[in-house]
Write a protein that binds this ligand. Structure first.
Ligand SMILES: [Zn+2]
Length: 219
């Protein structure tokens, strides 16, 4: 971090025990409360598309609000620890909801070209924070994104592919069999990425899926 002692949102000095944002800005982050609302707008996105147990997003993403500042630092400022911090905030709410019943926490894999550029998957850092609060393991190795479409040697490593266009696939689907999986991403907008992931994950036997995005952007 470049300015370790200042609030990332309002630049006031942080007090002891505060990380990244001051208490006031943390309180002002626009929480949705969707994790306890059956049929919330995120769940509605998936109606008639793909079967899920529950869906939520923890914050409303709006241009100019504090969460935009934090997301920008997370994705483009190299501050991956903000993801873990906000993941913990989301995890505190999920822990007190139906989401607490999941077995595994799985981040949506980043496209390999973006991973190469960024050096980390922001959704994996969010998932780490969620895991810490839920006390559930992280699995970032079974659901993967294809490196390149033409590589036969790569392909041979994967037992099974689903969505060829999206490039999501499962390595060892058995790791998901019989499990209740919580998919994590930084943002949900139309639900298309989650939908591709879920269709892929559902190739594992007897699997249940819920999803939680840190933020929901309105289109
Ligand atoms: Zn602040």
């Amino acid at each position: 971090m470049i300015y370790p002692n200042l609030c990332a949102c309002c630049s006031t000095g942080l007090l002891q025990g505060e990380r990244f944002v001051c208490g006031h800005c943390l309180y002002e982050l626009p929480e949705t409360g969707f994790e306890k609302e059956f049929g919330n707008p995120v769940e509605q996105m998936f109606w008639g598309r793909v079967k899920i147990e529950h869906a939520t997003a923890n914050y409303f993403f709006k241009k100019g609000n504090r969460i935009q500042t934090l997301m920008h630092l997370l994705k483009y400022g190299g501050q991956k620890e903000i993801g873990e911090y906000l993941g913990q905030e989301m995890g505190k709410r999920l822990r007190l909801s139906a989401f607490a019943a999941v077995d595994l926490v799985v981040p949506v894999p980043l496209h390999p070209s973006k991973f190469k550029k960024r050096g980390y998957n922001q959704s994996e850092w969010i998932a780490r924070g969620v895991c810490a609060q839920l006390g559930k393991p992280l699995n970032a190795s079974t659901l993967v994104r294809r490196i390149s479409s033409g590589s036969q040697t790569r392909k041979s490593h994967y037992e099974r592919w689903e969505n060829v266009e999206s490039g999501f696939g499962l390595i060892h689907p058995k790791h998901f069999s019989g499990k209740y999986i919580l998919l994590i991403d930084d943002v949900v907008t139309t639900g298309a990425t989650f939908e591709s992931c879920i269709r892929t994950v559902q190739h594992a036997e007897d699997v249940k899926v819920s999803l939680a995005a840190l933020t929901m952007a309105t289109v």
